[in-house]
Structures are given as structure tokens and as C-alpha cells.
Design a protein around this ligand. Structure first.
Ligand code: FES
Length: 149
């Protein structure tokens, strides 16, 4: 919670769920993992900084991209808890995810470009399989689509 937060800017968990599109139960789970943080008011209700909306939005997208919660937690561990994160703080998160993001982008690009070509999976079902994977030679490398990875 930052010093810039006050009760008027803090969100109850229902509001946070509505604005983020993430279920209350999932927010509790993320909180238990230390990915989002709350404070309590005098009636012991959880209140969340608006900063958590951004964190939840990024968590949702990162999960859609296949990042695990451990990976997300590690990347977000540099985000300060005692002040509003700056652009530089978010750049640190970006750098932490950069290598893995680049690998995902390259894999997605290869998949898009090779959807109509042999991927070396062993099916030998396309016209170019005999050229790219003659007699299923790639099987010697083990399981999987060798020409995609
Ligand atoms: S697409 Fe499966 S071996 Fe060519």
C-alpha cells in the first residue's frame, strides 16, 4: 500500500474483482501467493490499492501466455510495496520476463509459419514430410515436433 492511497482510492475485493475480471477466489489465491497485497480497514475488510488492478491485469495476460505463477511471482518480486511503482519498476518486470517472452514469440511465429508444413512430428502426412523428415529420421531425436522447436 503506498502513501498515496487513501480510503477513497482503495478498492474492496468485490470492486477489484469487477474491474479486473478476475474472480474473488482467484484474487484470494494470488494474495496467498504474495502477488497482490491488501490492507484492512477498521471493520477488518480487505482493501486493495489501484496498483493491484495493474498487477492483476498483467498476471492474467502472463498466465494466458503460459507463464507459471512461480515465474510471475519471481518477475514481480521487484515491485515495491511501499510506494506506487514507477515506469522503471515496470521495466524491471519486463526485463525479467523478456527472455521467456522472446522465446514464446519466436515459437508462436514458427508455429504460424509452419502450420502448413512438416514439423517433424513423425506423422509423415504432408507432401513435404519426405523432404524435411525423410523416413521419419527425426524420430531418432526423441518425441515431439523437432522442426518446430
Ligand atoms: S508433419 Fe509430421 S512428420 Fe511431417
Amino acid at each position: 500500500m503506498s502513501s498515496q492511497d487513501n480510503d477513497e482510492t482503495l478498492l474492496a475485493i468485490g470492486e477489484l474483482a469487477q474491474r479486473s475480471g478476475i474472480a474473488v477466489s482467484a484474487i484470494h489465491f494470488y494474495e496467498s501467493k504474495g502477488l497482490v497485497r491488501s490492507t484492512r480497514n477498521k471493520r477488518n475488510q480487505r482493501l486493495f490499492s489501484r496498483r493491484e488492478l495493474r498487477v492483476l491485469g498483467l498476471i492474467k495476460v502472463a498466465q494466458d501466455l503460459g507463464f507459471t505463477l512461480d515465474e510471475i511471482g519471481e518477475a514481480f518480486s521487484g515491485i515495491p510495496t511501499d510506494r506506487v511503482p514507477t515506469t522503471r519498476d515496470w521495466q524491471r518486470v519486463s526485463r525479467a520476463l523478456d527472455e521467456a517472452l522472446q522465446a514464446k514469440i519466436e515459437l508462436a511465429t514458427r508455429m504460424r509459419n509452419k502450420l502448413n508444413q512438416c514439423i517433424g512430428c513423425g506423422c509423415l502426412s504432408l507432401n513435404d514430410c519426405p523432404l524435411r523428415n525423410p523416413s521419419d529420421e527425426l524420430a531418432e531425436k526423441g518425441p515431439g515436433p523437432h522442426l518446430l522447436r
